[in-house]
Design a protein around this ligand. Structure first.
Ligand code: ASP
Ligand code: MG
Length: 407
């Protein structure tokens, strides 16, 4: 007998029929003798609707009331699933964040988890009652009010609950069959991965693969929670997110991610003197603008340089304003461009393999794709290219690293 956490996303609980389907999946685990805690999201579209209402009512709203409203979606699903399970003859009870209590700080709208008191829930699980917890929501002790964990936060709720309950695994049910080598809508020959390491998943999630909230992956890694991503509609194993030690055959490259949320800024003709970089990036940092990739070129005479870097696309205008306002920064011209995409190849095997970046550059060169900026980390190589080439680049790289599924 094992204690497990099952989490169901919005599309898995979109209507009563689908909630019945979820209840059947839960029943199977109960019948197999497992103690089951379930974490549910709001029904598909519900949270968006609630957020829209809040914005309509008050564009510059009080974050505490935002949480009061948007946490409601999960409350509905937890009650509906408990009812459906009861009607199937399974002992079940809903749990809201405050009832557990699922304690967070008071940063409303993006609260962080402080502590989960699982004593009462563990007792119910021992009595073989299915505990259906509303994801996404918690309670802040500071102000004794409902909080939410940020969009997509139910994944984090589930992983945190699994860690607190010391569950054997945390199964995240969604509308895709697992984690793929790249976006299957873009590359038909993308393959589902059987296993992926926490670190690789963390990179994939933060680069825009939307299967798991990034925070949930970091939490799983820190607490060593075995996570499985699988489909609530297909009866087959999904992708296990695990520790590196569990993967015998390490891929040099496991996946390819792309992100459109980047913009490029070039300062042309910056003076090549000490302190210039600090003058440029200081004000950006003070303006809370996250700079990611950076390159600096020195002109032939060594007197001037061009500095190119990327910022989140949403911050492009703000970043340009900050630079124009910073009197200490002298340059000939400033060029902003949001028509770019960051493409990354990710794999823990890179640590022990040479030539990963070279393969990437070669594949892109063969297609005549120009690289604007390059950055690397221990398990990732990223390039910034024109957005128009996104699909061609991702497909070519997928082939170049031998990731294509057999036809
Ligand atoms: N319902 C929340 C959202 O859509 C949390 C979640 O589903 O993970 O962001
Ligand atoms: Mg989600």
């Amino acid at each position: 007998m094992a204690r497990i956490v099952m989490k169901f996303g919005g599309t898995s609980v979109a209507d009563i029929d689908r909630i019945r389907n979820v209840a059947n999946r839960v029943k199977k685990e109960v019948d197999a003798g497992n103690q089951v805690a379930v974490v549910v999201s709001a029904m598909a579209g519900t949270t968006d609707q609630l957020v829209n209402w809040v914005n309509e009512a008050s564009p510059l709203h009080d974050a505490r009331e935002y949480d009061t409203v948007v946490a409601a979606g999960e409350q509905i699903t937890s009650g509906l699933l408990a009812l459906t399970l009861q009607d199937m003859g399974i002992a079940a009870r809903s749990w809201l964040g405050w009832q557990i209590p699922f304690k967070t700080d008071n940063v409303h709208g993006a609260a962080r988890i402080k502590e989960i008191d699982t004593a009462k829930m563990a007792q119910r699980l021992d009595e073989n009652v299915v505990c259906v917890m509303a994801g996404f929501q918690g309670i802040s002790e500071e102000d004794n009010r409902i909080t939410t964990l940020g969009r997509g936060g139910s994944d984090t709720s589930a992983v945190a609950l699994a860690a607190a309950l010391d569950a054997e695994r945390c199964d995240i049910y969604t509308d895709v069959e697992g984690v793929y080598t790249t976006d299957p809508r873009m590359v038909p020959r993308a393959r589902k991965l059987d296993k992926i390491t926490y670190e690789e998943m963390l990179e994939m999630a933060s680069l825009g693969a939307k299967v798991l909230q990034t925070r949930s992956v970091a939490m799983a890694m820190n607490h060593n929670v075995r996570v499985q991503v699988l489909s609530s509609f297909a009866e087959k194993p999904g992708t296990l997110v695990v520790d590196e030690d569990e993967i015998v055959e390490k891929q040099v490259v496991s996946g390819i991610a792309y992100s459109n949320n980047e913009a490029k800024i070039t300062l042309v003709g910056v003076e090549n003197t000490p302190g210039v970089a600090s003058e440029i990036f200081g004000p950006l940092s003070a303006g809370n603008i996250n700079v990611d990739m950076i390159v600096q070129n020195i002109s032939e005479d060594g007197l001037k340089t061009d500095v190119t870097f990327t910022v989140p696309a949403a911050d492009l205008d703000k970043a340009q304003d900050v630079l124009k306002a910073a009197d200490a920064v002298k340059y000939d011209s400033l060029i902003g461009d949001s028509d770019v995409v960051k493409i990354s190849v990710i794999g823990v095997g890179m640590r022990s393999h040479a030539g990963v970046a070279a393969t990437m550059f070669h594949a892109l060169a063969e297609k005549g794709i120009n690289i604007h900026v390059i950055s690397t980390s221990e398990i990732k190589v990223s390039v910034l290219i024109d957005a128009a080439y996104t699909e061609l680049a991702v497909r070519s790289l997928h082939t170049a690293y031998g990731l294509d599924a057999e036809e």
